[in-house]
Design a protein around this ligand. Sequence first.
Ligand code: SAM
Length: 274
Amino acid sequence: MELWYTEKQTPNAGLTCTVKKTLLRCQTKYQELAVVDTFQFGRMLVLDGMVQTTAMDEFVYHEMIVHVPMFTHPSPRNVVVIGGGDGGTVREICKYPSVERVVLVEIDAQVVEAARRFLPELSYCLDDPRVEIHYTDGIEYIHSLDEFCDLIIVDSTEPVGPAIGLFDAPFYRAVFKALKKDGILVAQTESPFYNAELIRSVFPRIKGAFPAAYLYLASVPTYPSGLWSFTMGSKRYDPLSPQGTFSPGNTRYYRPEVHRASFVLPRFVQELIE
Ligand code: SAM
């Protein structure tokens, strides 16, 4: 008998795939946590029924949320990741020799435990000596940050539950204050097809907190609609004139040409941010 997992991405559409085995399913203090082994996408981390990352396509999302800002900045040393409990974002940051400190601020320790146990190819850099993990709310953490940082990456779940406040103007203003005078924010900002209204409201909040804001895109097959957006707030540097000198060689999606192309927006997406 075939077993299928379905994520309802809207009330009327979703992603469905055959399942080899459910490796973990539990209720944490914050969400329902599952790790499912699938034939098409490999192992998949699912929170509250929503696909967070899969072995098959995680490289796209993690390379694009990290290397675009890391190559835009001349020499990022101090990076904060909010969310990101699967470890994929931290893995990509640790590729940079210039990085001295990575702080992962993940509210749910059980997500990190599950990633260490079932997704070692994503989580292995969580043991890098430069990495610190704080199991706390990213919103509170940002307000209490005592050392300015070069880059803050918001690798959060959808704007539900504890993540809602990570998409609000006060949070972006707090991020601005937590960044150095040439710091950069990048946040995952969902799908232009399914979450147009979110992008329409979040982009101006980031643009209102920073001198400049940019939206860029990547194709992530297992995310709703397959087209995903990231929004950058930058205090000084223009991502289309990247200042970085180190471009990680071992990437499978990110290349300097893809960096530039990701900011070329289809008209319907450009209209969301005008
Ligand atoms: N790449 C995924 C995406 O784009 O949807 C996100 C992956 S990561 C697993 C998302 C993490 O954000 C979850 O582990 C969740 O616990 C965490 N999270 C949600 N709200 C948070 C908050 N306020 N502070 C810290 N972590 C939070």
